[in-house]
Ligand binder design. Structure first.
Ligand code: AMP
Ligand code: MG
Length: 269
């Protein structure tokens, strides 16, 4: 387990993205091979906790994953949840809203996909896009998106009051790392399918996106729905950090197996 406190954005403190090192491997002695090996017991622990959550069926966990393009959301989900029973875990991706979604308030499409008791749901992008890409690309006037930070805090408080723990992860990559990942997508045949020319347009807006992330994370990191900024230039370190944060979160939720039925004298014929 990594010490997760360096990643936590405390309520009322700035996210401080510019002074956080995306290449950090703080608190881990060793390189990629050791890092990958260290993930295995963490995956096993996550799996145990998920099984207990499922058996208890009295509360749920929502994991919000946000990152710049190529930030590693898909890889994180794949690596960290490799050993977890797919039955209890759902992944929901949010792309550009449909016409029907746009005809509603921006949280309408979100609430439908929050986890039920016993479940874990991972949001691959989320309602945060409505204060990120929407802000950067001027998709609604500022007078509208400015009010959303407060809605989001209230919405997440509602979830948490009703039994859904919310944990939010920003996979923090550097602009140089994004360049090399985009180049890899152009050059490597098995990665080309991931290349989206639109990502190059978004890259030009890098600073605007960082500013939007800085403000969103700063204004919505609360006790009940904290943000963690995960150094994500090294994929293996990112995976260790995410697994550690999730284990800590689930341990705090402390899922309990239901009381065993009285099985004295029961025989299988
Ligand atoms: P991907 O995650 O690569 O599948 O891309 C999904 C795209 O949908 C990204 O370019 C997001 O910026 C975009 N997107 C997600 N949510 C919204 C939103 N609420 N408004 C506009 N665009 C969005
Ligand atoms: Mg994109």
């Amino acid at each position: 387990m990594l010490d997760t406190s360096p990643f936590l954005v405390r309520h009322g403190s700035p996210a401080g993205l510019a002074r956080r090192d995306p290449h950090s491997n703080q608190g881990f002695e060793g390189g990629k091979a050791e890092g990958k090996a260290a993930l295995e017991p963490l995956s096993a622990r996550l799996s145990e906790l998920q099984t207990a959550l499922w058996a208890e069926s009295g509360q749920s966990l929502l994991i919000v994953l946000q990152a710049m393009d190529t930030g590693g959301k898909d890889g994180t989900i794949r690596n960290v949840f490799m050993g977890v029973n797919p039955q209890g875990v759902r992944v929901w991706g949010f792309g550009a809203p449909t016409e029907e979604e746009l005809a509603h308030d921006y949280l309408w499409r979100i609430h439908d996909h929050t986890p039920a008791n016993g479940g874990i749901t991972i949001f691959n992008r989320s309602h945060y896009e409505d204060v990120l890409v929407v802000r950067v690309k001027d998709l609604v006037p500022e007078s509208r998106w400015q009010k959303r930070y407060a809605h989001i805090v209230d919405f997440e408080r509602l979830l948490s009051d009703e039994g859904t723990t919310v944990v939010k992860l920003f996979l923090h990559i550097s602009k140089e790392e994004q360049r090399s990942r985009l180049e890899a997508r152009l050059q490597e045949a098995d990665k080309r399918w991931k290349f989206n020319p639109g990502d190059l347009e978004d890259r030009k807006l890098w600073d605007d996106f960082q500013e939007a992330y800085e403000e969103a994370i700063t204004r919505t990191s609360t006790e009940q729905a904290p943000w963690y900024v995960v150094p994500a230039d090294r994929k293996w370190y990112r995976d260790l950090a995410v697994a550690s944060i999730l284990i800590e979160t689930l341990e705090r939720m402390d899922p309990r197996y239901p009381p065993e039925p009285d099985l004295d004298g029961v025989v299988v014929e």
